[in-house]
Design a protein around this ligand. Structure first.
Ligand code: E4P
Length: 240
C-alpha cells in the first residue's frame, strides 16, 4: 500500500520525506488556505519536492472550467494529478481529461457507486472520504470494502485512495481491505509509528546498557577518539 501525505505544508512534506514515508501528496483548497505562501509558488515547490503524484484540485464546477483549469494545473509539475469533484460535470471532465492523458483523482467520494462512475469515466484514483462518513455515523471503511470488491469484480485499473483519514486504525483497516493508497495527515503518520511499549522498552534497554560491563568506559572513550580523528586528516577512500 502506498502512503501519500495529505497536506500543503512544505515543512511536513519534507519531514515525512526525510523519514522515507511518502509516495505522493494530496492537497485541497482548504489545505492551501491554511498556508501563508501564495498557492502557485507552493504547488510548484511541492511538485519539485515530491517524487510521486501530487494532487491539485480544480475550483470550477462546469466540465469546461474544470478541463481548462486542469490544463493549467499540470504546468506545475510532471507529477500533477488533477483533483476533480464527484459531480456530473466532473464525470464529463474526467472523460475529456482521460482522452488527453491527464491523470485525475476523483475526490469527495462517499459511496461505492460514485466510485464506480468515476472509474468508468477514466479516473486514475478515486478518493473515498472515510473520516467524514464516520462523522455522520456511517462506517467509511464499509464503503471502501465494497469499492474493493466491485473494482476486483471488473478488474478496474482505477486505484482506491483512502482519504479523510483520522487515525491509525483507518490505515490498518484500509491495508487489510487491500486499498491501493492511503493519504494521511502528518500528525496521524507520526502516530502510526508510536507505541508506548516501544518507548518503555527503549528506555529500559538504554538504562540497562549503563550497567553492562565496559559500556561506561566505551562511552567515555568515544569523545577522545573523535578529537583524535579531527586532528588527523581523514584518508580519502575511493567511491564504490
Ligand atoms: C483528500 O484528498 C482530502 O484532501 C482529505 O483527505 C480530506 O480530509 P478531511 O476530511 O480531514 O478534510
Amino acid at each position: 500500500m502506498r502512503f501519500f501525505i495529505d497536506t500543503a505544508n512544505l515543512e511536513e512534506i519534507r519531514k515525512a520525506k526525510g523519514y522515507g514515508l511518502i509516495d505522493g501528496v494530496t492537497t485541497n483548497p482548504s489545505l492551501f488556505a491554511r498556508e501563508s505562501q501564495d498557492w502557485r509558488k507552493l504547488a510548484e515547490a511541492i511538485c519539485k519536492e515530491v517524487d510521486g503524484p501530487v494532487s491539485l484540485e480544480v475550483i470550477g464546477t462546469t466540465a469546461k472550467e474544470m478541463v481548462k483549469e486542469a490544463r493549467d494545473l499540470i504546468k506545475y509539475g510532471p507529477n500533477v494529478v488533477v483533483k476533480i469533484p464527484m459531480i456530473m460535470e466532473g464525470l464529463a471532465a474526467i472523460r475529456e481529461l482521460k482522452a488527453m492523458d491527464i491523470p485525475v483523482n476523483c475526490t469527495l467520494i462517499f459511496t461505492p457507486m460514485q466510485a464506480l462512475l468515476a472509474a468508468k469515466a477514466g479516473a486514475a484514483f478515486v478518493s473515498p472520504f472515510v473520516g467524514r462518513l464516520d462523522d455522520i455515523l456511517h462506517t467509511g471503511l464499509d464503503a471502501v470494502a465494497d469499492m474493493v470488491t466491485i473494482f476486483d469484480n471488473y478488474a478496474l485499473d482505477t486505484e482506491i485512495l483512502v482519504a479523510s483519514v483520522r487515525n491509525p486504525l483507518h490505515i490498518q483497516e484500509a491495508a487489510l481491505l487491500g486499498a491501493d493508497v492511503v493519504t494521511v495527515p502528518f500528525k496521524v503518520l507520526e502516530r502510526i509509528a508510536k507505541h508506548p511499549l516501544t518507548d518503555l522498552g527503549l528506555a529500559a534497554f538504554l538504562k540497562d546498557w549503563e550497567k553492562a560491563p565496559g559500556a561506561k568506559a566505551a562511552k567515555k572513550a568515544a569523545p577522545a577518539k573523535r578529537a583524535a580523528a579531527k586532528k588527523a586528516p581523514a584518508k580519502k577512500t575511493a567511491k564504490k
